[in-house]
Ligand binder design. Structure first.
Ligand code: M6R
Length: 605
């Protein structure tokens, strides 16, 4: 939700900032803006709409001499997505310019106070309140650092912000609480950003900022303070192995397509070093007891990965599992038992609701295991143990390869706990360890054909206004994921349903214009699914069904996937539903990587 960036150094700031914003645009894209230093003072340029609109405004300006600035790409929370609400915002005297990600919860009360003191506001945003209150703090304390500290003591809510001061050329201040912010440390230049790809072309040396920290940077130095006491804090500089290419489209038309086609590599990367001498190597779990009961908490696609894992964990590791939507879990009065473990799953590691769930578990004294993709993210840092998914940067708003990586790691966790409990079915470990490493090659071979079929079918069904996605067992979460992908990027209404539940109401919707996308793979539930599909056909419903060669139900559009063993089937089902949604969105002319109303990282509740 919103991307922020700051640059101070030796190169022209604006091109570096705009390039960084392009890499952060997945976080929000309803408006964008930059502020930079010039001889006459701070300049602010803002534009409604995507970054291209800002680019056009900047194109006519001579910004080359400015070597310090900040930028923002917005996902609206307070105020319409129009230029006056775009960031950066300034105080009344234009002494400060500020970009912000998060929500200032007590902004209305602070705004009333500031207005009573004569301040004039030009936007409906909470952010404008933040820059005004900081200006007031600086006036009261006579110093920027102390002024920010004072202002933050007045603020409730979540924030990551970066601030320029007209009186201090070359300097940027920033702070965070519950919204992501990190520093990129270069040579003669330093960066601040919401996410690593923003500065990846310039440096891979990163400092992750913690809640309640305040940072001051210039071209040659950086310092971190406790925002309340202003005591200096020592921070570790970490080297990030992601490369620039991983954060680029690499010849693909969309990030989503690239990321779907990266799944074979993702599986390889997730398995690297994890299978040795017939065993699963997952030392991250060593310090944790095998859970007596597992509560998986996540949102969106990560939630579906958790649901998928529940079937395996219960059957193979005999661990009772409940899978919870984080936004519900956080406001329920959950009952915890001795031996419980909370497992949070998140690609970004910054999802606000999932983070809140961690805090609830912590208060209840329940150990927390994080499964996430972004090294050093909040969820990673707030968990007792963390397993990283090795998916590389996921840029497309629609999550694809992250789910694949989560499934691999969840499978390895199941095997680890199953071995420790002695509960694995005969041959399951050996079969997994033999077949998992073969999966990337099989997937590489099959992906082009899956894409072709997805393209043909999406065109054939492009007039549908609604879809059911049906599956049983582990294909039920796959059905939920297929429906989420389709609605998220093609804006076609879709419902994922447990196939056996259709007859309890939803089947009333079926008619020749309401098609069904079914998972009818060759597993032990195939006959049950086949009966459910007959019920759909009996009501005139058209069906696309993912099937394996051999005994498949007779439907209008069978989509044959090669057969692989047991739970590994899902690794072929997943790209099929992803590519179906992708091709549908492309055919309908939708903005695949940046679907309307969404943002990649949901850091507000
Ligand atoms: O970063 P997270 O995995 O915590 O994100 C969770 C959801 O916001 C995310 O999966 C979302 O549902 C995706 N846009 C789905 O494609």
């Amino acid at each position: 939700m919103c991307g922020i960036i700051g640059y101070t150094g030796h190169r022209p700031a604006i091109p570096a900032i705009v390039e960084g914003l392009r890499r952060l645009e997945y976080r929000g894209y309803d408006s964008a803006g930059v502020a930079y230093e010039e001889a006459q003072g701070l300049q602010v340029i803002r534009a409604e709409g995507k970054l291209g609109a800002l680019d056009q405004k900047i194109a006519g300006l001579d910004t080359a001499s400015s070597v310090c600035g900040i930028g923002h790409t917005r996902w609206a929370t307070h105020g319409l997505p129009v230029e006056r609400n775009a960031h950066p915002h300034m105080d009344g005297d234009c002494r400060f310019a500020l970009v912000h990600n998060g929500i200032i919860e007590n902004y209305a009360e602070l705004k009333a106070e500031l207005m009573a003191e004569g301040n004039v506001f030009h936007s409906e945003t909470d952010t404008e309140v933040l820059v005004h209150i900081i200006a007031k703090g600086v006036d009261l304390t006579g110093d920027v650092r102390r002024g920010i500290s004072w202002a933050l003591s007045r603020i409730d809510g979540a924030y990551a912000f970066a601030l320029l001061s007209r009186e201090h050329p070359g300097k940027i201040w920033a702070s965070r609480k519950a919204s992501p912010l990190l520093m990129g440390i270069g040579t003669g230049e330093n960066f601040l950003a919401s996410d690593i790809p923003a500065f990846l072309p310039y440096t891979r040396e990163v400092v992750f900022l913690d809640n309640g920290e305040l940072v001051e940077i210039d071209a040659g130095s950086w310092q971190v303070f406790d925002a309340a006491s202003l005591e200096p804090k020592a921070k570790e500089v970490r080297h990030i192995s992601w490369d620039v290419q991983a954060a680029q489209k690499d010849g693909y038309k969309h990030f989503m397509l690239k990321e779907i086609f990266e799944q074979p590599k993702v599986i390889r990367d997730c398995l690297a070093g994890r299978i040795q001498k017939g065993r699963v190597v997952l030392p991250e779990l060593d310090a944790l007891e095998v859970p007596g009961r597992l509560t998986i908490v996540a949102c969106g696609t990560s939630y579906h990965a958790g649901l998928w894992a529940k079937y395996l964990l219960e059957s193979w590791a005999r661990i009772p599992v409940q899978v919870e939507i984080a936004s519900e879990f956080r406001y329920r009065d959950s009952v915890f038992l001795p031996g419980d473990l909370v497992l949070t799953i998140s690609q970004s590691g910054e999802t606000a609701d999932t983070l809140a769930a961690i805090r609830i578990a912590r208060e209840a004294g329940v150990p927390i295991l994080g499964l996430c993709n972004v090294v050093g993210s909040s969820i990673a840092r707030e968990s007792d143990a963390v397993v990283y998914t090795q998916a590389g940067p996921e840029i497309s708003v629609a999550s694809t390869k992250a789910m694949c990586s989560q499934m691999v790691l969840l499978l390895l966790m199941t095997l680890t706990w199953g071995v420790r409990k002695g509960s694995l079915p005969d041959g399951a470990l050996q079969r997994c360890l033999e077949d998992l490493p073969k999966l990337p090659e099989a997937l590489e071979r099959e992906l082009p054909a899956i894409r072709d079929k997805a393209r043909t079918l999406s065109q054939e069904y492009s007039d549908a206004r609604s879809f059911f996605f049906l599956g049983r067992g582990q294909n039920f979460p796959m059905a939920l994921e297929g429906a989420l992908k389709l609605k998220e990027i093609s804006y076609i209404h879709a419902e994922g349903y447990a196939a056996g539940e259709m007859k309890h109401g939803p089947i009333a919707l079926i008619d020749p214009h309401f098609p069904t996308f079914a998972m009818a793979l060759g597993d032990e539930l195939l006959q049950k699914v086949a009966s459910n599909l007959q019920e759909v056909q009996a009501r005139g419903g058209r069906i696309i069904a993912l099937v394996n060669p051999g005994a498949a139900p007779v439907v209008e559009d069978p989509w044959v996937l090669p057969d692989v063993w047991g739970p590994l089937k899902s690794f072929l089902v997943l790209p099929a539903v992803q590519l179906f949604a992708y091709e549908m969105a492309v055919y309908l002319g939708k903005d695949v990587d940046q679907p309307r109303n969404l943002a990649k990282s949901v850091t507000v509740e």
